[in-house]
Design a binder for this molecule. Sequence first.
Ligand SMILES: [Mg+2]
Ligand SMILES: [Zn+2]
Length: 216
Amino acid sequence: MTTTPAVFLDRDGTLVEPRHYPTRPEDLILYPTIAPHLQQLRQDGFRLVVITNQSGIARGLFSEDDLTRMHDDLRLRLRRLGVEIDGFFHCPHHPEGVIPELAIACYCRKPEPGLLLAAATALDLDLTRSWFIGDILNDVEAGNRTGCRTVLVDLGTESPPESPSRTPHYVARDTEHALRIVRAVERRGPAVDTSYLPSSWLPNQTAGERLVGRSA
Ligand SMILES: [Mg+2]
Ligand SMILES: [Zn+2]
């Protein structure tokens, strides 16, 4: 029986700062305050798994070897901060890619669930006890489709979800807040505000009215 839960993390915009097609290790800038929370979750029994779309490979912008170098470096930097990553899983495909064998509509590019299912098989994970944290609704959909609980990190890019499959269980101000939410819901950390929503998702209000509503 599989009993190991995971916290799945999107890479770009979630684990590291958003950048346009990073290609070198130094392009991946870790968010500075998240390591202690990741370390705590792993100590509490969660595997930490990075799930990332890397269509830059299909587009010919960088190679599998470049990606391996980036992820080896990121793994080492996190290890020095006390955080062990259990796996990196990436999708190299894109239908509009320039490398013919990668220019396909695959089953692993999020919102498709393939990477999560592959990770669950490889690492013997219980998806229904797992979490997916990502900064776009395609992350949320991949998590929801595989039975994970989902947290959207609000980078201000996402419109309100138009279907239940794309609706996150929680929305966080940033990745640290997302990790705090997971720890609180799992009763592994202090209580935290879980009512946050992106301002563009709130009903038509002026900013002032919104603030009044918040303080009530
Ligand atoms: Mg992202
Ligand atoms: Zn793929």
